[in-house]
Design a protein around this ligand. Structure first.
Ligand code: SF4
Length: 292
């Protein structure tokens, strides 16, 4: 588990782990494990690999020498300065903004630089900051780069494509795997933080599928309706899918916040659709997934 994110996240094709084509596995790696460019070269990666690394990572320069097709995402952690250095070098394909004091400032910096951004570790964002980040996304008139998860959800709310928070957060059972720095497999960093795992990384897909967590997640939506849980009657369900009360991860505070945010987003999307403006704000600009 990496609260402070002194680790790099390396995106690998999910097929390598037995998942379907187009799926994604994330490997969390500590600095000591990551001989950066050498390690990636040893994988004989045949296609683009995305690496999220703390901006001040000492092995950052070595990684940038990797000769393959590499997409660097800056992970701008709390102690780091604004991501301006990375943005200015043009090396950053996208930026992950963890919660923290200057998160909104970083978000604005990304917007100004035209760099796609994602709110990282969404479950750790305080409710008021989530609301402020959504407000920035909705109201910034010159914002042209996507901000996730808002961008995907705004498209979904407007009827552009089906997407809920599980998809926007790349936490779909059977399509996403997260292997922690301790070598434990789970669905995402959020599950890792709450110590809910499929099992050891080495168990592989067959082993993970047999775990209690995997089975719970597979039957989760059906169970919400079967048990007539609150989610089944929630107006935000199409864009949340019960994300905030996932098995073992119940967070009623953010569930409450989320209902308000989704109602607001839906209202704004309706108004944007009605006025059919030519604004450059992505609320009115259907396009592909933001940070992928
Ligand atoms: S907002 Fe809360 S009640 Fe509604 S679907 Fe999400 S988790 Fe369930």
């Amino acid at each position: 588990m990496s609260e402070g994110r002194a680790t790099a996240l390396v995106d690998l094709p999910g097929e390598w782990f037995g998942l379907p084509e187009g799926s994604r596995a994330v490997l969390e790696m500590a600095e000591t494990e990551l001989a950066a460019a050498d390690w990636l070269s040893s994988l004989e990666v045949g296609r683009a690999v995305r690496v999220s690394l703390p901006e001040d990572a000492p092995w950052g320069p070595a990684l940038r020498e990797y000769p393959g097709d590499l997409s660097i995402r800056a992970l701008t952690g709390p102690p780091a300065a604004l991501p301006t250095a990375v943005l200015a070098r043009g090396e950053c394909a996208s930026a992950e903004i963890p919660p923290g004091q200057s998160a909104l400032e970083r978000l604005r910096a990304c917007g100004e630089a035209g760099v796609p951004a994602r709110l990282a570790d969404l479950d750790l964002w305080p409710g008021p900051d989530l609301a402020a980040a959504l407000d920035f996304y909705i109201t910034c008139p010159t914002l042209e780069s996507p901000v996730e998860p808002w961008h995907s959800l705004a498209q979904a709310v407007s009827g552009g494509w089906p997407c809920d928070l599980w998809h926007a957060e790349e936490a779909v059972v059977g399509r996403n795997i997260y292997i922690s720095v301790q070598g434990l497999a789970t669905l995402s960093a959020r599950f890792d933080r709450r110590e809910r795992w499929f099992g050891a990384g080495g168990e592989g897909l067959e082993g993970w599928r047999g775990s209690a967590l995997w089975r719970e997640l597979e039957g989760y939506r059906r169970a919400l309706f079967r048990t007539r849980a609150e989610c089944a009657f929630c107006a935000a369900f199409p864009w949340c899918g019960g994300f905030w009360v996932a098995p073992g991860l119940e967070d009623h505070e953010r569930c409450e916040v989320w209902r308000g945010l989704m109602a607001h987003l839906a209202k704004m999307a309706r108004e944007a659709g009605a006025s059919a403006t030519s604004s450059t704000n992505p609320m009115g600009t259907p396009c592909g997934r933001g940070t992928s």
